[in-house]
Design a protein around this ligand. Structure first.
Ligand SMILES: Nc1ncnc2c1ncn2[C@@H]1O[C@H](COP(=O)(O)OP(=O)(O)OP(=O)(O)O)[C@@H](O)[C@H]1O
Ligand SMILES: [Mg+2]
Length: 301
């Protein structure tokens, strides 16, 4: 309990007829990097908004550092970047940053903020309403960091970032994680969750359908197979008896074995003395796996 940064217990959120979040529970420990992964409409923004105290759960309970989200002490420890970036018009970037810094007891220095977010001298002198989409993201990242928070929450932080901004962003995030900060971010991309997080909370249709390490999630949903050609009269009966051989398919004169343990299947081929030739081990792409998982859940599989 001492090490819990976020605790979500049996939380549901209804909007009129729509159940956006359906009885979810999870907790995130201090120092973790956790990804909230899911397709459009999965409930990611709703969950994040409730963690931030911007929305109230219809049912259930959320605690941050063992306190309610709107607690002043909690607010001082938290920084967030939302999906819709809105900035204050009329003020220059450096003025907005100074203002935000003044809200916090132990803010980062301007120099630190600039270094962490790659805001340029020109950015700092620009009025908020004149910023490009990417510059706005950098500003809102800087605002999230202004109070030197312990807990950082980002709703789809890399949307609209070009490749190098994205790379820089994740480098900064890993640096912050190394300092012991707790980081929660949402994303549509399994690859991004896999690259950046130690833990993936997979949402679909308002439900939390998986909560595990990227490796576990990958191995659960990413299809793997061993394929080969056989001498025409070879029987696979011996091989099929092993539980690791999940499915055997014949396609284009090749035999394909679906399995979650390709090493074991390779060993079995030799052990059972199957005369397999031209053996290939294949893995579906992550995006394919993600799409199948999300679609499967939508269809109630
Ligand atoms: N204020 C609201 N009123 C009514 N329905 C809402 C409201 N906010 C969200 N919803 C609905 O709740 C569901 C979850 O929405 P949410 O924004 O949390 O999804 P998301 O996972 O963040 O999606 P995206 O990837 O598109 O950002 C959607 O069906 C959405 O239409
Ligand atoms: Mg969203």
């Amino acid at each position: 309990m001492m090490n819990e940064a976020v605790s979500v217990s049996n939380v549901t959120k209804h909007f009129q007829q729509k159940t956006a979040v359906n009885n979810i529970s999870f907790s995130i420990e201090k120092g973790e990097i956790a990804a909230i992964l899911g397709p459009n409409g999965a409930g990611k923004t709703t969950v994040i908004s409730m963690i931030l105290g911007l929305l109230k759960p219809s049912e259930g309970d959320i605690k941050l550092f063992n306190r309610v989200p709107n607690d002043q002490q909690v607010r001082e420890k938290m920084g967030a970047m939302l999906q819709d970036v809105s900035v204050m018009p009329g003020l220059k970037v450096n003025e907005i940053l100074e203002l935000f810094r003044s809200y916090y007891p132990h803010p980062l220095s301007m120099k630190e903020l600039v270094a962490l977010t790659a805001l340029t001298k020109d950015d700092l002198k620009t009025r908020a309403e004149k910023l490009s989409g990417g510059q706005k993201r950098r500003l809102s990242f800087a605002l999230a960091l202004a109070g030197n928070p312990e807990l950082l929450i980002f709703d789809e932080p890399t949307v609209g970032m070009d490749t190098s901004s994205r790379h820089r962003f994740w480098q900064t995030i890993h640096g912050l994680a190394d300092q012991g900060k707790t980081i929660i971010f949402s994303t549509h991309y399994l690859q991004e969750a896999d690259d950046a997080a130690q833990r993936i909370l997979f949402f679909a249709d308002g439900r939390l359908v998986a909560d595990d390490s990227p490796m576990q999630i990958r191995s659960r949903i990413q299809k793997q197979s061993v394929s080969f050609t056989l001498h025409s009269d070879e029987s696979l009966e011996r091989l099929s008896r092993h539980p690791e051989v999940e499915q055997v398919i014949q396609k284009h004169k090749r035999t394909i074995i679906h399995t979650s343990n390709t090493d074991k299947v390779l060993a079995l081929i030799f052990q059972e003395n199957i005369h397999a030739r031209d053996i290939r081990v294949e893995q579906g792409t992550l995006d394919e796996a993600f799409r199948q998982l999300a679609d499967g859940i939508r269809e109630g599989i």
